[in-house]
Design a protein around this ligand. Structure first.
Ligand code: FAD
Length: 500
């Protein structure tokens, strides 16, 4: 479609908030003589999807910075607040009709409700003969394009990765980022005077609000998400800084006290940077290979492929978007779901230092190190036998990088209910993880000041007779016993399954 020329185009921005390497924006600017952009907030639907204050704040603040960049290219950005996705098709129909838009461009999104919304928009705009182009942008390759020999989606990461690399591991591997859109020129507005009138009529506004619906900064105002610098420039700086340390990524990535990972996830999720830009940087370090001679870059590219895997998974197996486990047989797990366990886990008061430090990192900063996400998810679902969906939802509410595909994939992996699941009998021991990945207790001391005076040895599992004045809780469970119990519960499920 974008090979055509259109007098007037509209680009609908979502979680792709950048100028450079934005496929829909680039194509729209090339294909249209006049171009406007729109962002539609749907706070009620966002809430029902579990999006929390942090991820929404990151989105709105990034949008503001993008608006300024678009203005330099004479592309106006309008903001529209609705409540629900269901209202979007009619709103876009009205906007396109009134503005006499000839074509709509957007980057594809993959969770089920987003796909349904986009299909409805396409059908609705067909009625007024406005074609819609959804571009591949959030992933390296279109989900659905990489399948097993029998044409199914991959259920396991390693074969997915092998197949991906077989297709793309050569020095001319593509994924070359696109430039920013062309400038539409200072007289651009004169070619489309109606948009000024339209703005007032349809609740379209030029100023981006700080919050929408019932979203906002939490009482107390100390949401640390506000400390994340936002925008495309900040994301590019972070990528550049990370390119200097990527050779050591494989050695440092598991140690939460170090700045050993990129911390690009909040930017990737709101689209301030593209996955192609990230992959390109690492491929350059790695001689153009996915598995090349730079161990750090190969290891990082492996994580980029985990991201890709989970994005593809929601398209092949939409069941995971319906609040269901990937493995139907695990629907029968008799979760204990004790409210006080969940509350203590959530607040970082379990008495297991590494778990508490991790949960407090999440609550205070809106981000958590990957190793710790695995540790706390295993602890909640196995040692406390709490339904993974409660943890999944809490993460969505807190994370500044909350992404349905990666979060659902991570939780189901930890709970042994998902694709590529950890076998149910492999349960992380939080104390061993703590000793191995925070050997001197530096990370624990940062977030659990009650324990700062304990020795490097004792801090991982403070001896009970050393507990002072009750400032730190006694452990919520015996990890050996609770692990054994979880394994029995899952084993019972297996034996029931084979006797059915
Ligand atoms: C229970 C659980 C929940 C998670 N929830 C989310 C989430 O909501 N949003 C999110 O972006 N990631 C999630 N992850 C994946 C991972 O923890 C984060 O992407 C990572 O910690 C982000 O830090 P980083 O940018 O420094 O990562 P880096 O180590 O620098 O990796 C680079 C990028 O690769 C991707 N990536 C890395 N590890 C993974 C992974 N295991 N799965 C998918 N993508 C990965 C991310 O986009 C990340 O930014 C979750 C993992 C678990 C175990």
């Amino acid at each position: 479609m974008s090979e055509n020329n259109f007098a007037r185009g509209l680009v609908w921005l979502r979680n792709d908030l950048r100028m450079e390497d934005n496929t829909a924006l680039y194509r729209a600017a090339r294909a249209c003589d006049a171009l406007a952009a729109v962002f539609i907030a749907c706070p009620e639907t966002w809430r029902s999807h579990g999006d929390g204050d942090n991820v929404v704040a990151m989105r709105l603040r990034t949008l503001k910075s993008l608006q300024a960049s678009l203005a330099k290219k004479h592309i106006p950005l309008y903001f529209l607040e609705l409540s629900r996705f269901a209202q979007v098709p009619a709103a876009l129909q009205q906007i396109c009709g009134k503005l006499e838009v000839d074509a709509l461009f957007a980057n594809a999104e993959y969770p089920l409700n987003e796909q349904r919304r986009d299909a409805a928009v396409r059908d609705t705009l067909k009625q007024i003969r406005v074609p819609v182009e959804y571009c591949t942008d959030r992933t390296l390759i279109p989900p659905g394009s990489l399948t097993t020999n029998s044409g199914d989606g991959f259920k396991v990461f390693t074969p997915f990765k092998r197949a991906f690399i077989a297709q793309h591991d050569n020095s001319d591997c593509g994924f070359d980022p696109l430039p920013a859109p062309r400038s539409l020129g200072p007289d651009h507005g004169n070619r489309w005077p109606e948009w000024i009138a339209l703005a007032g009529e349809n609740n379209l506004v030029r100023s981006i609000p700080d919050s929408v619906g019932d979203y906002g900064v939490a009482p107390g105002g100390e949401r640390k998400v506000l400390d994340w610098t936002v925008g495309e420039g900040a994301a590019k700086k972070r990528l550049e800084a990370f390119s200097a340390v990527i050779p050591d990524y494989h050695k440092q990535r598991d140690f939460p006290a170090l700045e050993g990972t990129s911390r690009l996830s909040p930017y990737l999720n709101c689209g301030a940077i593209s996955v192609r830009q990230c992959a390109r940087m690492a491929l350059e370090e790695n001689g153009g290979r996915w598995a090349g001679s730079c161990e750090g870059a190969s290891s990082w590219l492996n994580e980029i492929l985990w991201r890709e895997f989970y994005q593809h998974l929601v398209v092949h197996f939409p069941r995971v978007c319906r609040n269901l486990p990937f493995k139907p047989e695990t629907e029968g797990v008799p979760w204990a779901n004790r409210p006080s366990d969940f509350e203590r886990w959530r607040e970082g008061q379990t008495g297991v230092p590494i778990v508490d430090a991790a949960m407090r990192q999440l609550n205070q900063t809106g981000w958590m190190h990957n190793r710790l996400r695995m540790v706390v998810a295993s602890f909640l679902t196995k040692n406390l036998l709490t339904d993974w969906r409660l943890g999944e939802r809490y993460f969505m509410q807190q994370l500044v990088d909350a992404d349905f595909a990666a979060n659902n994939g991570g939780w189901q992996w930890a709970a042994s209910t998902g694709t590529d699941a950890a076998p149910y009998f492999r349960v992380f021991n939080p104390y061993s993880q703590s000793k191995r990945f925070d050997p001197d207790g530096d990370f624990i001391r940062r977030f659990v000041p009650e324990l700062e005076d304990y020795s490097n040895k004792d801090i991982h599992c403070p001896p009970r007779d050393l507990f002072r004045g009750g400032s730190y809780p006694v452990p919520i469970c015996d990890v050996t016993q609770s692990r054994k119990h979880a394994i029995e519960v899952f084993a019972n499920l297996k034996s029931q399954e084979s006797s059915d």
